[in-house]
Ligand binder design. Sequence first.
Ligand code: CO8
Length: 258
Amino acid sequence: THEYETILVERRGRTGLITLNRPKALNALNLQVMNDVVDAARQLDRDPDIGCLVLTGSAKAFAAGADIKEMQPRGYMDMYVSDWFTAWDQFAAVRKPTVAAVSGYALGGGCELAMMCDILLAADTARFGQPEIKLGVIPGIGGSQRLTRAVGKAKAMDLCLTGRMMDAEEAERAGLVSRVVPAGELLDTAMEVAGTVAGMSAPVAMMAKESVARSFETTLTEGVRFERRLFHATFATEDQKEGMAAFVEKRDPEFRHR
Ligand code: CO8
């Protein structure tokens, strides 16, 4: 694969692993990181041999936020005209399932990036927060929206207004993360989860993701209708034939991902 400056990209079976790799800045998300992650994620998303993406950082930091030093000198016109950080929306738009494996700090843009992923796994060392207010700004990559949808108003307001950090246990209790695992097992667990997802029918996994994601965008009636249409669409896949035949024949399915 293509070499990147700020990330490492690996393919393990049907899983694509992206590791943020700017250790000197605790993986602070500058424009280069954004462009690298978005480019790698879009390539993996298009690759028929990939069924799931994992995004991780280091033991100490998933990412300690947007790069403060890069933003410090900028002014309003500059931020507005360049539409600063808009490319992160392309990461959120990845259609294959994504797993965030968070160890250490996931602050500001780091927390926002983790929340863009479909499955959020935390090491017991993980710390989440939206500390932007302490810098005189507010979240800008979706934090005020995704955090509120994930944990509700009470904790979202608390975190965005005080800038305090939440540990892994509180994050799990609040519904921000789906599982907490010992730090040493984080990557193995993430790769195992991703391997399970990547072993499913790729188009059907994409439909499942799209359907759950739709619940954040629409009313219940429309959401249920959307789900029903996609459910019907699964019957146009070879994998529905294989999955149901395998059940009836008491064997494991061999999905062909189409
Ligand atoms: N940006 C730039 N550099 C950083 C960042 C960051 N966010 N975080 C850490 N670093 C750098 C430090 O400056 C330091 O560099 P150096 O060695 O050159 O001094 C190095 O990483 C190591 O950091 P520390 O020495 O501070 O490590 P500690 O273990 O003492 O502390 C902390 C770790 C608590 C994580 C601390 O580094 C910290 O508080 N970091 C900043 C956290 C933060 O405020 N994040 C939010 C950033 S703002 C944001 O994300 C806004 C997103 C919205 C933008 C929207 C635009 C549209």
